[in-house]
Design a binder for this molecule. Sequence first.
Ligand SMILES: Cc1ncc(COP(=O)(O)O)c(C=O)c1O
Length: 502
Amino acid sequence: METKYKIKLDASKNLPLYMQIAEHIKSLITSGEIKPGEKLLPIRKLAAELDVNPITVVNAYKYLEEQELASSRVGSGTYVTYRKSPTEAQTTASNRSNLLLEIEYNEYNLIDRGQIRIKPGIINFASASPSPELFPVKEFKNVLNEVLERDKGFAFSYQESQGYYPLRESIAEYIHTYNIKSSPEEIQIISGAQQGIDIITKVLIKPGDCIFIENPSYAGAISAFTSRGAKLVQIPINPDGIDLNYMEIKLKEQRPKFVYIMPCFQNPTGYLYSPSTRKGILELAEKYDFLIIEDDHLSDLSFSYEKVYPLKSDDKNNRVVYIKSFSKIFMPGLRIAFLIAHPDMYNDLIEAKHSSDISTSGFLQRAFDLYLRKGIMPSHIESTKRIYKERYDTMLQSLKQYLPEEIKFVPPAGGLNFWICLPEGYNSDNLYVECLKKDILFVPGSFFNPSQTPVPCFRLSFAATNKQEIEKGIESLAKTIEIFLKEYSDLKTPLPTYIPFL
Ligand SMILES: Cc1ncc(COP(=O)(O)O)c(C=O)c1O
């Protein structure tokens, strides 16, 4: 690398990495070390030299552009444009820097924390959260009012940490339709499945303990596990579920404290475990004596089969800790979910829940209880499913119509996500950057592995988009991919691929 670009990055600094890079290059430009008209180092080259994600360098260059120090030319690179007197340039820059910092940070970097601020006009295939027009607001307003009338101030007193007993009763009843037998004593109410993952980890994991996860896996779980110091072993997932042969090889090397899986429409791949994989993982759990944490956020959204049942419904020996989220089929902001654990775990779980938030909102638990007791949940799920199915069909049809032949995917049997794979060697982080320029947003595959290693695959969700957006967005995505495959063909590098079957 040209020595002038050598930058000592410090991740512990308050300043984001892209700003550290931008500030350094800015000083080179304003001091005249990089001349007007000179081309800045190509994004991927600088990213490789500095060992950062290319998106970080994109952000740095965009920052320089906004400061009128450089400008990008399509297909060519970024060039220094700075010609004003230094004082003039700096005034413009400092006036804007705070605002820019926020915009840039939100647009690109917040994806690292599972959040992205969406600017108007963007087609959002990144979010797997339902759009608010699907929420049963009127019905929920009625139950909220009824609870206030009925319970008055009691609705706002402290609640048992295990959860409001009548809600645990109505959940035990409700979950029968998933072929799961349970009792109120076995149910722990949690403030969202994310909290469930976190408190289970708090109870079971000490720093250095091993957890097996699917590869790729849900980023929120990965961050909960790593924040407790767990060592993660990644087991590839195939279209029929986790790779049991590979898993057994790993089990012979080390025993995990638990295996975290999403057997029904896995996040991000959308894959559904086959009956033999379900049977096989339960047998391995017996043979090698480990717990399975089943995260069920989408089993309700089966489009190809009449009904799909959680793995917990096959669990005869209490090997499965079942976490159920209502965020995708009801309202994510309600922050109510539940878990069914092994009886030995309850005391520790209640303690962990108590130290986390004492209890889930008693008022909302009472309202949700009433909602379930009114028996309207199944019809709400049915109507939500109908709308999602239309979006699913539109996305499937558009992908088949527009995507170039070399792009592979296995249509999922349900859920909200498609897992799309570029040919081997291409990096979906780079495509993410190109698509953002066209106002198309998706989640690159690097987001779903602990080391954020770039991969060819990426996740497209249709939860937050309508039919028109899907058609327009997939057509534009496909065009962008076509150009991308040509422009980036000389930049291919061996990248891990998750899908041995493709
Ligand atoms: C697989 C998976 N588990 C858990 C969650 C978090 O769910 P909740 O909103 O219930 O905390 C999500 C959210 O996207 C998810 O995708």
